[in-house]
Design a protein around this ligand. Structure first.
Ligand code: HEC
Length: 198
């Protein structure tokens, strides 16, 4: 290999590693298309489930503001970071899955609200570079609502529609940790154990 070849080879591997470390800077599982839309997070059902909320229509004058049952997931690496530090790292992705209330009578387990059908999907991503101008550097997305097809990529929604309520009411860095016992138990403990309420 002559000197020029060695030099250009060296240079291109330098550039390659710069590009790679650039993409590593924006850590996390979130993927965006060239329009800056978030791609539908894959495999989120294999992430860490942190909490479930139920706001049945019948306790809300026939129509709860939010669809009745909601389950929240956090991507595993960001959960590991939370477990260690008690903070949401750059690149954290959360997914909220919405499910209708199905049966109200259990098979011997009592009356209540049993999960019906899958009816919605939302997500949020924290990224201090990409979302430098968003409150808390979080962006919010909807991928699915009933009667429309699931979208493969979603736009960051306006602050007033999503972020404002999170900023105002959520306990930790715009995330509703007050409703997620799994996150509360693990916060900065390094462990995922079961913790009895204090
Ligand atoms: C009126 C307040 C309010 C508004 C507006 C709101 N949210 Fe939330 N969001 C909540 C609450 C409360 C939770 C906790 C879980 C639950 O009850 O659904 C939550 C949880 C979430 C989560 C799970 C992670 C977290 O931050 O706790 C995602 C993702 C999410 N919302 C997306 C959205 C999107 C997308 C919008 C806009 C279309 C939106 N939210 C608008 C109140 C709000």
């Amino acid at each position: 290999m002559n000197f020029r070849k060695q030099l250009t080879g060296g240079l291109s591997s330098l550039i390659l590693s710069a590009v790679m470390s650039g993409s590593l800077l924006a850590a996390g599982v979130a993927e965006f298309n060239d329009k800056g839309e978030l791609l539908l997070p894959k495999n989120y059902r294999e992430w860490v489930m942190v909490g479930t909320q139920v706001t049945p229509n019948e306790l809300n004058d026939g129509k709860a503001p939010f669809t009745e049952i909601r389950t929240v997931y956090v991507d595993p690496e960001s959960y590991a970071h939370w477990k260690k530090t008690g903070e949401f790292r750059d690149g954290t992705v959360t997914v909220k899955e919405l499910v209708s209330v199905g049966d109200r009578k259990g098979p011997g387990s009592g009356n209540g609200y049993f999960m019906g059908d899958y009816i919605g999907l939302e997500a949020s991503v924290k990224d201090s570079q990409r979302f430098a101008n968003e409150p808390g550097n979080w962006a919010f997305y909807i991928f699915y609502v009933p009667d429309t097809p699931l979208v493969a990529a979603a736009k960051n929604l306006p602050t007033a529609e999503c972020a404002a309520c999170h900023k105002e009411n959520a306990k930790t860095d715009m995330v509703f940790t007050q409703f997620y016992p799994v996150l509360r138990a693990a916060k900065a403990t390094g462990e995922s154990g079961v913790v009895a309420p204090k």
